[in-house]
Design a protein around this ligand. Structure first.
Ligand code: ZN
Length: 389
């Protein structure tokens, strides 16, 4: 894949329009100002070309990579691996009811969210699974207004080929490494980030019944637990799962962090059986709660947007208790150059963040609102981001 430089794009624009070099440069400069540092000059040139209808990327069988994608690109073809498939969602918009299904795709250059819309959900959703390789054709790239990142959209014209012959996707394991961030740097698209923070608030553990065969949550009707797949579950066979929410603070901000079952076990250093005791005797949990407060932990996980509360939260997928402070300081020193880059970007992004992005609330604000701050339903946890569709 050849990505054109700004100079090459300017030449293409001049070849295809009556604009002069000065006029093209002015347009690119305006675009850069408008996006306040969110794109490179090359990226701004691409957007200007796109807005003028100048084809800068040949659409003939050109297979792109994720990190080559730019806002506004259409007819995009990509070979990707499906890393995560989220549930289908119904939504309401000004244009009426709709349906979407999101998934995370990756190639050797990066990863991103991809979303099917409406009829395409029915057509393709059941045709592939996590770890399948797929060829996506005729997708379009749009900026996610919430996160500022790019999303791949699969609308009416899109096509999917599952496990195309001769296509192997190698996912670079270094890109799988959690990226250390300050809490105030977390973005809704962070899929694998790591934070080092202090536990400043601990909720009660919330338990729910599970089907012993599939571990899914059965629904409860007429005093019976019924699994969609496995039918009625006798009370004595019911399993239980649980979730614990904590607020973590690293000095930059605080964020609500969700710990599921295995992570609760690690956090409390307790077995599943012992944790189940808290279900009937919640008082037993109080001593654990107070010993967690003030504890420093390292958590890797992903950022989730909680639609119900219009804020981001962190979902733990691994934790390390008692991180070694000396090692942490050393890590931070080694990362200094990288950190500076992030800090620079962050500065220019702040303007937009304030407009579009609800910052994680500070602990004080949260505490004040604690009463209304009910634990969201399980559905909320996997909520996907419905932007301006
Ligand atoms: Zn079941």
């Amino acid at each position: 894949m050849v990505v054109l430089t700004k100079e090459q794009i300017i030449q293409k624009i001049m070849d295809s329009t009556s604009l002069s070099l000065d006029q093209v440069n002015t347009k690119i400069k305006q675009k850069l100002d408008q996006l306040s540092g969110l794109v490179s000059p090359d990226g701004a040139a691409h957007i200007v070309a796109n807005e003028l209808g100048v084809q800068v990327i040949p659409s003939t069988d050109q297979v792109l990579k994720i990190n080559n994608l730019l806002e506004g690109l259409r007819n995009v073809e990509l070979n990707v691996k499906v890393m995560k498939k989220f549930d289908k969602k119904d939504f309401q918009s000004a244009r009426g009811p709709g349906k979407l299904a999101s998934f995370i795709v990756a190639d050797d250059s990066g990863r991103m969210r991809a979303t099917f819309w409406n009829d395409k959900v029915d057509e393709f959703y059941d045709k592939f699974n996590e770890n399948d390789t797929i060829t996506i054709k005729n997708a379009y790239v749009r900026k996610n207004n919430y996160s500022g990142g790019l999303d791949l959209n699969l609308g009416d014209n899109c096509e999917i080929i599952v496990n195309p012959e001769g296509v192997e996707i190698e996912i670079d394991s270094s890109s799988e490494q959690a990226q250390r961030k300050k809490i105030n740097e977390l973005q809704a698209t962070d899929f694998n980030a790591e934070i080092l923070a202090t536990i400043v608030q601990v909720s009660d553990i919330r338990f729910w019944e599970t089907c012993p065969k599939c571990n899914k949550k059965p629904h409860y009707e007429e005093e019976k637990y019924i699994c969609k797949e496995h039918g009625e579950i006798p009370a004595k066979e019911l399993g239980y799962s649980y979730v614990l929410n904590c607020y973590l603070d690293d000095g930059s901000a605080s964020i609500r962090t969700v710990f599921w079952r295995e992570q609760v076990q690690k956090l409390l250093e307790e077995t599943h059986e012992n944790i189940l005791k808290f279900r009937q005797e919640p008082d037993l949990f109080e001593t654990y709660k107070s010993s967690l407060l003030g504890e420093m932990i390292k958590v890797s996980g992903r950022v989730n947007k909680n639609e119900a509360f219009d804020r981001i939260e962190f979902v733990a997928n691994n934790i390390e208790k008692n991180p070694n402070p000396e090692q942490e300081i050393k890590n931070i020193k080694e990362d200094t150059s990288e950190d500076n880059k992030i800090a620079d970007n962050k500065e220019t992004n702040n303007q937009t963040d304030i407009k579009e992005n609800k910052k994680p609330e500070t602990f004080k604000e949260v505490d004040k609102n604690k009463k209304q701050d009910a634990i969201p339903t399980l559905d909320d946890i996997e909520e996907v981001n419905i932007d301006d569709e």
